[in-house]
Ligand binder design. Structure first.
Ligand code: GLN
Length: 502
Protein backbone atom coordinates (compact mmCIF):
# COMPACT_ATOMS: atom_id res chain seq x y z
CA UNK A 1 0.00 0.00 0.00
CA UNK A 2 2.86 2.30 0.92
CA UNK A 3 3.54 3.82 -2.47
CA UNK A 4 -0.13 4.47 -3.21
CA UNK A 5 -1.15 7.80 -1.76
CA UNK A 6 -4.55 8.90 -0.53
CA UNK A 7 -5.57 10.93 -3.60
CA UNK A 8 -5.95 9.30 -7.02
CA UNK A 9 -2.54 9.35 -8.57
CA UNK A 10 -2.32 10.93 -12.03
CA UNK A 11 -1.34 8.58 -14.85
CA UNK A 12 1.77 10.65 -15.57
CA UNK A 13 3.07 10.08 -12.06
CA UNK A 14 2.14 6.40 -11.99
CA UNK A 15 3.91 5.76 -15.28
CA UNK A 16 7.02 7.64 -14.13
CA UNK A 17 7.17 5.64 -10.89
CA UNK A 18 6.56 2.31 -12.61
CA UNK A 19 9.24 3.07 -15.22
CA UNK A 20 11.66 3.96 -12.44
CA UNK A 21 10.90 0.74 -10.58
CA UNK A 22 9.46 2.68 -7.61
CA UNK A 23 5.97 1.23 -7.94
CA UNK A 24 4.87 -2.06 -9.43
CA UNK A 25 2.24 -2.25 -12.15
CA UNK A 26 0.67 -5.20 -10.31
CA UNK A 27 0.29 -3.12 -7.14
CA UNK A 28 -1.30 -0.26 -9.09
CA UNK A 29 -3.67 -2.67 -10.80
CA UNK A 30 -4.73 -4.40 -7.58
CA UNK A 31 -5.57 -1.04 -6.05
CA UNK A 32 -7.85 -0.22 -8.97
CA UNK A 33 -9.41 -3.69 -9.07
CA UNK A 34 -10.24 -3.26 -5.39
CA UNK A 35 -11.91 0.07 -6.11
CA UNK A 36 -13.93 -1.55 -8.88
CA UNK A 37 -14.85 -4.44 -6.58
CA UNK A 38 -16.03 -2.00 -3.90
CA UNK A 39 -18.15 0.30 -6.06
CA UNK A 40 -18.99 -1.22 -9.43
CA UNK A 41 -22.30 -2.59 -8.15
CA UNK A 42 -23.39 1.01 -7.56
CA UNK A 43 -21.89 2.65 -10.62
CA UNK A 44 -22.15 -0.09 -13.27
CA UNK A 45 -19.52 1.46 -15.49
CA UNK A 46 -18.46 -1.78 -17.15
CA UNK A 47 -19.92 -4.30 -19.55
CA UNK A 48 -16.95 -6.52 -18.69
CA UNK A 49 -14.08 -6.36 -16.20
CA UNK A 50 -11.01 -8.34 -17.26
CA UNK A 51 -8.85 -8.90 -14.16
CA UNK A 52 -6.99 -11.93 -15.51
CA UNK A 53 -5.94 -10.28 -18.76
CA UNK A 54 -5.06 -7.13 -16.80
CA UNK A 55 -2.86 -9.07 -14.36
CA UNK A 56 -1.02 -10.67 -17.27
CA UNK A 57 -0.38 -7.24 -18.81
CA UNK A 58 0.71 -5.74 -15.48
CA UNK A 59 3.12 -8.61 -14.77
CA UNK A 60 4.65 -8.16 -18.22
CA UNK A 61 5.21 -4.46 -17.49
CA UNK A 62 6.93 -5.29 -14.18
CA UNK A 63 9.03 -7.97 -15.87
CA UNK A 64 10.18 -5.48 -18.50
CA UNK A 65 11.20 -2.99 -15.83
CA UNK A 66 13.06 -5.73 -13.93
CA UNK A 67 15.03 -6.51 -17.11
CA UNK A 68 15.98 -2.85 -17.49
CA UNK A 69 13.59 -2.28 -20.41
CA UNK A 70 11.25 0.69 -20.72
CA UNK A 71 7.61 -0.44 -20.98
CA UNK A 72 6.58 2.93 -22.42
CA UNK A 73 4.90 6.21 -21.51
CA UNK A 74 1.82 4.56 -19.97
CA UNK A 75 3.76 1.93 -18.02
CA UNK A 76 1.41 0.22 -15.59
CA UNK A 77 -1.43 2.73 -16.02
CA UNK A 78 -4.89 1.13 -15.83
CA UNK A 79 -7.27 2.14 -18.59
CA UNK A 80 -10.94 1.40 -19.34
CA UNK A 81 -12.09 0.95 -22.96
CA UNK A 82 -15.48 1.87 -24.37
CA UNK A 83 -17.17 -1.31 -25.53
CA UNK A 84 -17.22 -0.24 -29.17
CA UNK A 85 -13.44 -0.71 -29.41
CA UNK A 86 -12.48 -4.10 -30.77
CA UNK A 87 -10.47 -6.27 -28.42
CA UNK A 88 -9.17 -9.51 -29.88
CA UNK A 89 -10.88 -12.54 -28.38
CA UNK A 90 -12.83 -10.47 -25.83
CA UNK A 91 -16.53 -9.64 -26.17
CA UNK A 92 -17.18 -6.29 -27.84
CA UNK A 93 -20.89 -5.58 -27.53
CA UNK A 94 -21.55 -1.86 -28.16
CA UNK A 95 -24.00 -2.50 -25.28
CA UNK A 96 -26.29 -4.14 -27.84
CA UNK A 97 -27.89 -7.55 -27.80
CA UNK A 98 -27.20 -7.88 -31.51
CA UNK A 99 -23.49 -8.44 -30.81
CA UNK A 100 -24.15 -11.14 -28.18
CA UNK A 101 -21.34 -13.66 -28.28
CA UNK A 102 -19.26 -11.84 -30.88
CA UNK A 103 -15.51 -11.77 -30.22
CA UNK A 104 -13.49 -9.64 -32.63
CA UNK A 105 -10.58 -11.41 -34.35
CA UNK A 106 -8.40 -8.29 -34.07
CA UNK A 107 -7.57 -5.34 -31.81
CA UNK A 108 -8.45 -1.74 -32.65
CA UNK A 109 -5.31 0.26 -33.50
CA UNK A 110 -5.75 2.31 -30.31
CA UNK A 111 -5.80 -0.90 -28.26
CA UNK A 112 -2.56 -2.06 -29.89
CA UNK A 113 -0.95 1.34 -29.27
CA UNK A 114 -2.00 1.33 -25.61
CA UNK A 115 -0.49 -2.11 -25.04
CA UNK A 116 2.72 -1.04 -26.78
CA UNK A 117 2.87 1.98 -24.43
CA UNK A 118 2.60 -0.24 -21.33
CA UNK A 119 -1.03 0.54 -20.39
CA UNK A 120 -3.09 -2.10 -18.58
CA UNK A 121 -6.65 -2.51 -19.78
CA UNK A 122 -9.07 -3.27 -16.94
CA UNK A 123 -12.21 -3.82 -18.99
CA UNK A 124 -14.85 -2.63 -21.42
CA UNK A 125 -17.22 0.18 -20.49
CA UNK A 126 -20.95 0.57 -20.79
CA UNK A 127 -22.39 2.93 -23.40
CA UNK A 128 -25.58 3.90 -25.13
CA UNK A 129 -26.37 1.17 -27.65
CA UNK A 130 -24.10 1.71 -30.66
CA UNK A 131 -23.22 5.10 -29.13
CA UNK A 132 -26.70 6.49 -29.83
CA UNK A 133 -27.74 8.50 -26.83
CA UNK A 134 -26.64 11.00 -24.21
CA UNK A 135 -27.19 9.15 -20.94
CA UNK A 136 -26.16 5.44 -21.33
CA UNK A 137 -29.83 4.63 -20.78
CA UNK A 138 -30.17 3.03 -24.22
CA UNK A 139 -27.64 0.34 -23.19
CA UNK A 140 -29.10 -3.16 -23.43
CA UNK A 141 -27.67 -3.96 -19.98
CA UNK A 142 -29.15 -0.88 -18.30
CA UNK A 143 -27.67 2.47 -17.39
CA UNK A 144 -24.45 3.49 -15.71
CA UNK A 145 -24.90 5.82 -12.73
CA UNK A 146 -23.13 9.11 -12.15
CA UNK A 147 -20.55 8.58 -9.36
CA UNK A 148 -21.31 12.08 -8.03
CA UNK A 149 -24.97 11.19 -7.55
CA UNK A 150 -26.21 7.68 -8.22
CA UNK A 151 -29.71 8.93 -9.08
CA UNK A 152 -28.33 10.90 -12.05
CA UNK A 153 -27.09 9.89 -15.48
CA UNK A 154 -23.37 9.95 -16.23
CA UNK A 155 -24.11 11.36 -19.70
CA UNK A 156 -23.42 9.44 -22.85
CA UNK A 157 -22.82 7.77 -24.98
CA UNK A 158 -19.42 7.05 -23.36
CA UNK A 159 -20.97 7.25 -19.89
CA UNK A 160 -19.23 4.13 -18.61
CA UNK A 161 -15.80 5.50 -19.50
CA UNK A 162 -16.50 8.88 -17.87
CA UNK A 163 -17.93 7.24 -14.75
CA UNK A 164 -14.98 4.83 -14.54
CA UNK A 165 -12.51 7.71 -14.37
CA UNK A 166 -14.70 9.74 -11.98
CA UNK A 167 -15.11 6.74 -9.66
CA UNK A 168 -11.37 6.02 -9.57
CA UNK A 169 -11.74 2.69 -11.41
CA UNK A 170 -8.97 3.75 -13.78
CA UNK A 171 -7.08 7.02 -14.20
CA UNK A 172 -7.66 6.90 -17.95
CA UNK A 173 -10.36 5.75 -20.34
CA UNK A 174 -11.11 5.87 -24.03
CA UNK A 175 -14.42 6.87 -25.55
CA UNK A 176 -15.74 7.85 -28.95
CA UNK A 177 -17.34 11.16 -29.86
CA UNK A 178 -19.73 11.39 -32.82
CA UNK A 179 -21.81 14.30 -31.56
CA UNK A 180 -20.47 14.86 -28.07
CA UNK A 181 -20.14 11.43 -26.55
CA UNK A 182 -16.76 12.12 -24.94
CA UNK A 183 -17.21 15.76 -23.92
CA UNK A 184 -20.78 15.58 -22.62
CA UNK A 185 -20.25 12.65 -20.18
CA UNK A 186 -16.87 14.14 -19.18
CA UNK A 187 -18.68 17.36 -18.23
CA UNK A 188 -21.45 15.57 -16.31
CA UNK A 189 -18.99 13.34 -14.42
CA UNK A 190 -16.43 16.05 -13.63
CA UNK A 191 -13.51 14.69 -15.68
CA UNK A 192 -11.52 15.87 -18.70
CA UNK A 193 -12.67 14.68 -22.15
CA UNK A 194 -10.98 15.43 -25.48
CA UNK A 195 -12.52 15.01 -28.92
CA UNK A 196 -9.55 15.13 -31.30
CA UNK A 197 -9.46 16.44 -34.88
CA UNK A 198 -11.11 13.98 -37.26
CA UNK A 199 -8.41 11.74 -38.70
CA UNK A 200 -5.82 12.18 -35.95
CA UNK A 201 -6.78 9.01 -34.06
CA UNK A 202 -7.25 5.84 -36.07
CA UNK A 203 -10.79 4.49 -36.26
CA UNK A 204 -9.55 1.04 -37.26
CA UNK A 205 -11.37 -1.34 -34.93
CA UNK A 206 -13.89 1.25 -33.71
CA UNK A 207 -17.36 -0.14 -34.44
CA UNK A 208 -18.81 2.45 -36.82
CA UNK A 209 -21.81 4.64 -35.93
CA UNK A 210 -21.48 7.63 -38.31
CA UNK A 211 -18.12 7.27 -40.03
CA UNK A 212 -17.67 10.90 -41.09
CA UNK A 213 -18.16 12.08 -37.50
CA UNK A 214 -16.81 9.32 -35.20
CA UNK A 215 -13.55 10.01 -33.42
CA UNK A 216 -11.86 8.18 -30.53
CA UNK A 217 -10.45 10.26 -27.68
CA UNK A 218 -9.25 10.33 -24.07
CA UNK A 219 -10.94 10.68 -20.70
CA UNK A 220 -8.68 11.57 -17.78
CA UNK A 221 -8.69 13.11 -14.34
CA UNK A 222 -6.33 15.89 -15.42
CA UNK A 223 -5.55 17.83 -18.59
CA UNK A 224 -1.94 16.57 -18.55
CA UNK A 225 -3.13 12.96 -18.41
CA UNK A 226 -5.47 13.55 -21.36
CA UNK A 227 -2.50 15.03 -23.25
CA UNK A 228 -0.34 12.03 -22.38
CA UNK A 229 -2.99 9.63 -23.67
CA UNK A 230 -3.61 11.62 -26.86
CA UNK A 231 0.11 11.57 -27.63
CA UNK A 232 0.05 7.76 -27.36
CA UNK A 233 -3.06 7.06 -29.47
CA UNK A 234 -2.69 9.77 -32.13
CA UNK A 235 -0.85 9.51 -35.43
CA UNK A 236 -1.22 8.10 -38.90
CA UNK A 237 -2.51 4.57 -39.39
CA UNK A 238 -2.48 2.97 -42.84
CA UNK A 239 -5.30 0.68 -41.69
CA UNK A 240 -7.75 3.62 -41.57
CA UNK A 241 -8.35 5.22 -44.96
CA UNK A 242 -9.48 8.47 -43.30
CA UNK A 243 -6.43 8.69 -41.06
CA UNK A 244 -4.55 11.96 -41.61
CA UNK A 245 -1.19 11.32 -43.17
CA UNK A 246 0.66 14.22 -41.63
CA UNK A 247 2.21 14.90 -38.26
CA UNK A 248 -0.29 14.85 -35.38
CA UNK A 249 0.25 17.68 -32.89
CA UNK A 250 2.23 16.57 -29.81
CA UNK A 251 0.50 18.10 -26.84
CA UNK A 252 2.10 17.08 -23.56
CA UNK A 253 5.26 19.00 -24.36
CA UNK A 254 3.43 22.32 -24.93
CA UNK A 255 1.01 22.15 -21.98
CA UNK A 256 2.80 24.73 -19.85
CA UNK A 257 3.07 27.37 -22.55
CA UNK A 258 -0.02 29.26 -21.38
CA UNK A 259 -2.39 31.47 -23.34
CA UNK A 260 -0.54 34.79 -23.25
CA UNK A 261 -1.18 36.48 -26.61
CA UNK A 262 -3.99 34.14 -27.67
CA UNK A 263 -7.38 35.49 -28.64
CA UNK A 264 -10.25 33.44 -27.28
CA UNK A 265 -13.81 34.02 -28.44
CA UNK A 266 -16.76 33.39 -26.14
CA UNK A 267 -19.25 31.76 -28.49
CA UNK A 268 -22.49 33.71 -28.06
CA UNK A 269 -24.82 31.05 -29.51
CA UNK A 270 -23.60 28.47 -26.99
CA UNK A 271 -24.77 30.62 -24.09
CA UNK A 272 -28.30 30.88 -25.48
CA UNK A 273 -30.68 28.93 -23.31
CA UNK A 274 -28.12 27.22 -21.07
CA UNK A 275 -28.76 27.15 -17.33
CA UNK A 276 -27.60 30.35 -15.58
CA UNK A 277 -25.24 28.49 -13.25
CA UNK A 278 -23.55 26.88 -16.28
CA UNK A 279 -23.28 30.22 -18.10
CA UNK A 280 -21.77 31.80 -14.98
CA UNK A 281 -18.99 29.20 -14.94
CA UNK A 282 -18.20 29.92 -18.60
CA UNK A 283 -17.79 33.63 -17.82
CA UNK A 284 -15.62 32.77 -14.84
CA UNK A 285 -13.41 30.57 -17.05
CA UNK A 286 -13.15 33.45 -19.55
CA UNK A 287 -11.93 35.70 -16.73
CA UNK A 288 -9.31 33.13 -15.77
CA UNK A 289 -8.08 32.97 -19.37
CA UNK A 290 -7.97 36.78 -19.50
CA UNK A 291 -5.99 36.87 -16.25
CA UNK A 292 -3.50 34.50 -17.88
CA UNK A 293 -2.98 36.93 -20.76
CA UNK A 294 -5.56 35.92 -23.36
CA UNK A 295 -7.63 38.52 -25.17
CA UNK A 296 -11.30 37.64 -24.71
CA UNK A 297 -13.86 38.60 -27.34
CA UNK A 298 -17.48 37.77 -27.87
CA UNK A 299 -17.93 35.88 -31.16
CA UNK A 300 -21.04 34.89 -33.02
CA UNK A 301 -21.26 31.88 -35.34
CA UNK A 302 -24.99 31.88 -36.17
CA UNK A 303 -24.65 28.70 -38.28
CA UNK A 304 -24.05 26.53 -35.21
CA UNK A 305 -27.74 26.86 -34.38
CA UNK A 306 -28.40 24.55 -37.35
CA UNK A 307 -26.01 21.88 -36.09
CA UNK A 308 -28.51 19.69 -34.29
CA UNK A 309 -30.90 19.51 -37.26
CA UNK A 310 -28.13 18.69 -39.73
CA UNK A 311 -26.62 16.09 -37.39
CA UNK A 312 -29.90 14.22 -36.94
CA UNK A 313 -30.09 13.74 -40.72
CA UNK A 314 -26.42 12.96 -41.42
CA UNK A 315 -25.68 10.71 -38.43
CA UNK A 316 -28.77 8.48 -38.81
CA UNK A 317 -28.14 8.31 -42.58
CA UNK A 318 -24.64 6.97 -42.02
CA UNK A 319 -25.80 4.74 -39.16
CA UNK A 320 -28.52 3.10 -41.23
CA UNK A 321 -25.87 2.12 -43.75
CA UNK A 322 -23.25 1.03 -41.18
CA UNK A 323 -25.72 -1.06 -39.19
CA UNK A 324 -26.97 -2.96 -42.25
CA UNK A 325 -24.18 -5.49 -41.62
CA UNK A 326 -25.89 -6.87 -38.49
CA UNK A 327 -28.04 -9.36 -40.32
CA UNK A 328 -27.65 -12.51 -38.24
CA UNK A 329 -25.13 -13.96 -40.69
CA UNK A 330 -21.74 -12.66 -39.69
CA UNK A 331 -21.88 -11.13 -36.21
CA UNK A 332 -23.32 -12.05 -32.84
CA UNK A 333 -26.99 -12.79 -32.45
CA UNK A 334 -29.00 -14.97 -34.86
CA UNK A 335 -32.72 -15.63 -34.47
CA UNK A 336 -33.65 -18.52 -36.77
CA UNK A 337 -36.62 -18.35 -39.13
CA UNK A 338 -38.00 -20.17 -42.21
CA UNK A 339 -35.83 -18.35 -44.74
CA UNK A 340 -32.91 -15.91 -44.81
CA UNK A 341 -35.01 -12.74 -45.08
CA UNK A 342 -37.11 -13.91 -42.14
CA UNK A 343 -33.93 -14.65 -40.16
CA UNK A 344 -32.56 -11.16 -40.95
CA UNK A 345 -35.79 -9.51 -39.76
CA UNK A 346 -36.17 -11.64 -36.66
CA UNK A 347 -32.54 -11.06 -35.69
CA UNK A 348 -32.69 -7.29 -36.17
CA UNK A 349 -36.07 -7.03 -34.41
CA UNK A 350 -34.77 -8.88 -31.37
CA UNK A 351 -31.22 -7.52 -31.39
CA UNK A 352 -31.65 -3.76 -31.68
CA UNK A 353 -33.22 -1.52 -29.04
CA UNK A 354 -35.78 1.23 -29.68
CA UNK A 355 -33.35 4.13 -30.16
CA UNK A 356 -31.21 2.22 -32.67
CA UNK A 357 -34.32 1.24 -34.61
CA UNK A 358 -35.46 4.87 -34.61
CA UNK A 359 -32.11 5.98 -36.06
CA UNK A 360 -32.13 3.24 -38.72
CA UNK A 361 -35.64 4.24 -39.81
CA UNK A 362 -34.78 7.95 -39.85
CA UNK A 363 -31.59 7.25 -41.76
CA UNK A 364 -33.22 5.00 -44.32
CA UNK A 365 -35.89 7.64 -44.86
CA UNK A 366 -33.49 10.57 -45.40
CA UNK A 367 -31.42 8.53 -47.86
CA UNK A 368 -34.38 7.20 -49.83
CA UNK A 369 -34.66 8.28 -53.48
CA UNK A 370 -37.58 10.68 -53.04
CA UNK A 371 -36.24 12.45 -49.95
CA UNK A 372 -32.47 12.46 -50.30
CA UNK A 373 -32.27 15.97 -51.83
CA UNK A 374 -34.75 17.45 -49.38
CA UNK A 375 -33.08 16.02 -46.27
CA UNK A 376 -29.67 14.38 -46.49
CA UNK A 377 -28.17 16.54 -49.25
CA UNK A 378 -29.59 19.65 -47.65
CA UNK A 379 -27.97 18.67 -44.36
CA UNK A 380 -24.61 18.30 -46.14
CA UNK A 381 -24.95 21.88 -47.39
CA UNK A 382 -25.70 23.06 -43.85
CA UNK A 383 -22.63 21.16 -42.68
CA UNK A 384 -20.52 23.18 -45.14
CA UNK A 385 -22.11 26.40 -43.84
CA UNK A 386 -21.15 25.45 -40.30
CA UNK A 387 -17.55 24.84 -41.39
CA UNK A 388 -17.51 28.26 -43.07
CA UNK A 389 -18.92 29.85 -39.92
CA UNK A 390 -16.17 28.35 -37.79
CA UNK A 391 -13.54 29.37 -40.39
CA UNK A 392 -14.72 32.97 -40.05
CA UNK A 393 -14.45 32.77 -36.28
CA UNK A 394 -10.97 31.24 -36.39
CA UNK A 395 -9.78 34.01 -38.69
CA UNK A 396 -10.37 36.29 -35.68
CA UNK A 397 -9.42 34.12 -32.75
CA UNK A 398 -7.32 31.11 -31.80
CA UNK A 399 -9.89 29.25 -29.73
CA UNK A 400 -13.57 29.45 -28.82
CA UNK A 401 -15.04 29.03 -25.35
CA UNK A 402 -18.49 27.87 -24.29
CA UNK A 403 -20.31 25.42 -22.05
CA UNK A 404 -20.04 21.70 -22.84
CA UNK A 405 -23.66 20.99 -21.90
CA UNK A 406 -26.67 23.20 -21.17
CA UNK A 407 -27.26 21.62 -17.73
CA UNK A 408 -25.58 19.50 -15.10
CA UNK A 409 -26.34 15.75 -14.92
CA UNK A 410 -30.06 15.07 -15.14
CA UNK A 411 -32.00 12.40 -13.26
CA UNK A 412 -32.12 8.85 -14.60
CA UNK A 413 -35.34 8.50 -16.60
CA UNK A 414 -35.87 12.26 -16.97
CA UNK A 415 -35.44 12.32 -20.75
CA UNK A 416 -36.06 8.77 -21.90
CA UNK A 417 -39.66 9.40 -22.92
CA UNK A 418 -38.85 12.25 -25.29
CA UNK A 419 -35.99 11.68 -27.75
CA UNK A 420 -35.85 15.35 -28.77
CA UNK A 421 -35.16 16.52 -25.23
CA UNK A 422 -32.38 13.95 -25.04
CA UNK A 423 -30.94 15.12 -28.38
CA UNK A 424 -30.78 18.67 -27.03
CA UNK A 425 -28.13 17.72 -24.47
CA UNK A 426 -25.63 17.72 -27.33
CA UNK A 427 -26.53 21.09 -28.78
CA UNK A 428 -23.15 22.58 -27.77
CA UNK A 429 -21.00 19.64 -28.85
CA UNK A 430 -22.41 18.55 -32.22
CA UNK A 431 -21.18 21.46 -34.42
CA UNK A 432 -17.56 20.50 -33.65
CA UNK A 433 -18.09 17.00 -35.05
CA UNK A 434 -19.74 18.34 -38.19
CA UNK A 435 -16.66 20.53 -38.75
CA UNK A 436 -14.18 17.73 -37.90
CA UNK A 437 -12.55 20.00 -35.34
CA UNK A 438 -11.09 19.27 -31.90
CA UNK A 439 -12.67 20.37 -28.60
CA UNK A 440 -12.10 19.62 -24.94
CA UNK A 441 -14.29 19.66 -21.85
CA UNK A 442 -12.60 20.68 -18.61
CA UNK A 443 -14.27 20.41 -15.18
CA UNK A 444 -14.93 23.87 -13.80
CA UNK A 445 -16.63 23.80 -10.44
CA UNK A 446 -20.20 22.80 -9.74
CA UNK A 447 -23.69 24.06 -10.41
CA UNK A 448 -26.40 25.13 -7.97
CA UNK A 449 -27.15 21.43 -7.39
CA UNK A 450 -23.55 20.70 -6.41
CA UNK A 451 -22.90 18.62 -9.54
CA UNK A 452 -19.95 19.08 -11.92
CA UNK A 453 -19.95 21.61 -14.74
CA UNK A 454 -17.66 21.35 -17.76
CA UNK A 455 -16.49 24.26 -19.86
CA UNK A 456 -15.57 23.61 -23.45
CA UNK A 457 -12.69 24.97 -25.51
CA UNK A 458 -12.97 24.55 -29.28
CA UNK A 459 -10.29 24.97 -31.91
CA UNK A 460 -9.70 24.66 -35.65
CA UNK A 461 -8.35 21.43 -37.16
CA UNK A 462 -5.08 20.27 -35.60
CA UNK A 463 -5.15 22.98 -32.92
CA UNK A 464 -4.84 20.39 -30.15
CA UNK A 465 -1.69 22.12 -28.88
CA UNK A 466 -3.44 25.46 -28.33
CA UNK A 467 -6.51 23.68 -27.02
CA UNK A 468 -4.58 21.81 -24.34
CA UNK A 469 -2.66 24.93 -23.35
CA UNK A 470 -5.97 26.71 -22.83
CA UNK A 471 -7.38 23.72 -20.99
CA UNK A 472 -4.42 23.70 -18.59
CA UNK A 473 -5.08 27.36 -17.72
CA UNK A 474 -8.79 26.68 -17.16
CA UNK A 475 -7.98 23.65 -15.01
CA UNK A 476 -5.55 25.63 -12.84
CA UNK A 477 -8.28 28.21 -12.14
CA UNK A 478 -11.11 25.73 -11.61
CA UNK A 479 -13.20 26.19 -8.46
CA UNK A 480 -13.00 23.21 -6.11
CA UNK A 481 -15.21 20.19 -6.70
CA UNK A 482 -15.67 17.50 -4.07
CA UNK A 483 -14.71 14.00 -5.23
CA UNK A 484 -17.60 11.54 -5.60
CA UNK A 485 -18.75 10.53 -2.13
CA UNK A 486 -18.65 6.87 -3.02
CA UNK A 487 -14.88 6.82 -3.34
CA UNK A 488 -14.23 8.85 -0.22
CA UNK A 489 -13.19 5.86 1.84
CA UNK A 490 -10.83 4.55 -0.83
CA UNK A 491 -9.31 7.94 -1.33
CA UNK A 492 -8.42 7.68 2.33
CA UNK A 493 -6.51 4.56 1.31
CA UNK A 494 -8.09 2.37 3.99
CA UNK A 495 -6.90 -1.21 4.21
CA UNK A 496 -10.39 -2.80 4.44
CA UNK A 497 -11.22 -1.65 0.95
CA UNK A 498 -8.15 -3.28 -0.46
CA UNK A 499 -9.13 -6.63 0.95
CA UNK A 500 -12.04 -6.77 -1.48
CA UNK A 501 -9.67 -7.79 -4.29
CA UNK A 502 -10.82 -10.99 -5.87
N1 GLN B 1 -25.93 11.97 -28.30
C1 GLN B 1 -25.60 12.02 -29.69
C2 GLN B 1 -26.36 10.91 -30.42
O1 GLN B 1 -27.13 10.30 -29.80
C3 GLN B 1 -24.11 11.85 -29.87
C4 GLN B 1 -23.66 10.48 -29.61
C5 GLN B 1 -22.21 10.27 -29.85
O2 GLN B 1 -21.41 11.21 -29.88
N2 GLN B 1 -21.86 9.02 -30.05
O3 GLN B 1 -26.18 10.67 -31.57
Amino acid sequence: MSALGSAPRPALETAAMVRAGELSAVEVLEHHLATIEAHEDDVRAFTLVTPDEARTQARAVDAAVAKGEDPGPLAGVPIALKDNLCTRGLPTTCSSRILDGWRPPYDATVVTRLAAAGAVSVGKTNMDEFAMGSSTETSAIGPTRNPHDLTRVPGGSSGGSAAAVAAGFAPLALGSDTGGSIRQPAALCGVVGLKPTYGTVSRYGLVAFASSLDQIGPFAGTVADAALLFDVIGGHDPLDSTSLNRPTPRVLSVLDEGVDGMTIGVLAEYLDGVDPDVAARVHQAAEALAAAGARIEEISVPEVALGLSAYYLIAPGEASSNLARYDGVRYGLRVDAEDTAGMNTATRSAGFGAEVKRRIMLGTYVLSAGYMDAYYNQALKVRTKIIEGFDRAYAQCDLLLGPTTPTTAFALGAKTEDPLTMYLSDVCTIPTNLAGHPAISVPFGTGDDGLPIGVQLLGPALAEGDLLRGAAVVEAAAPPMAPPALTASLRGGSQENREGVS
